[in-house]
Design a protein around this ligand. Sequence first.
Ligand SMILES: Nc1ncnc2c1ncn2[C@@H]1O[C@H](COP(=O)(O)OP(=O)(O)O)[C@@H](O)[C@H]1O
Ligand SMILES: [Mg+2]
Length: 264
Amino acid sequence: MSDPVIRVSHLKKSFGQQEVLHDIDFSIQKGEVVSIIGSSGSGKSTLLRCINLLEIPDSGSITFHGKEILSRDMNKQDYRSKVGMVFQNFNLFANKNVLDNCVLGQRKVLKRSKEEAVDIAKKHLERVGLSDFLNKPSTKLSGGQKQRVAIARALSMDPEVLLFDEPTSALDPEMVGEVLEVIKDLAKTGLTMIVVTHEMQFAKDVSDRVIFMDQGVIAEEGTPDEVFNHPKNARTRQFLSRFMNRDEESAEAEADEEKTAVAE
Ligand SMILES: Nc1ncnc2c1ncn2[C@@H]1O[C@H](COP(=O)(O)OP(=O)(O)O)[C@@H](O)[C@H]1O
Ligand SMILES: [Mg+2]
């Protein structure tokens, strides 16, 4: 196997007395799509935030193409432009329109000319289906549109890796699909991606590898078939069965609704 794009070794992070990440080891190869699943509080966001340098780990190392990102001579802004992040709550510039949201970082960090930055932003906004919204204030968008702007903004920086932290968790259910479609398309382009998600079917469909995190450790990892269909760890089985039960419950509820509708 070739050298990984990102390698995390012996990563530890505490908040006060609470150790949130215990000795995390993992790496991602170029072009790989890795999903991270796990209960709320298991440390998924903290791991992504460490990789994006939004949190500084207590110990361990994170390398990008073999170079330690925590070292003093690493240009943090440059690194963040190569390893982009899409957040649950979009984090758009509220006082800017759609186009400016996608232009700003390119101008500031990549020092692109206005013309070039606008061209690139438009290309990515078209890709996420928002060409007709360039001048719209970001506050006037639906959640699904906001998240698609956030994705176009991240892509406008020409990242080598994109990190997604529950990109559909803050959305109304009817908007989840449009955002997942965009991410699925990206996965097909060969972009290296780490996606924290509670969308199990999506994780099954797009991932090369699935990581199950539990209480600050990687409890299990493997192909989607291994993790979803043949989980080895009891905690993984427990976690997945909660989701399966939820699916069954909603399927039962739907079936009941159908029966009622027929009876009426
Ligand atoms: N900035 C912070 N300060 C204190 N505790 C935090 C902070 N961020 C996360 N935590 C705690 O760390 C644990 C893991 O959180 P998080 O990484 O957000 O988990 P997940 O994304 O899997 O839900 C939780 O117990 C959370 O309360
Ligand atoms: Mg989280």
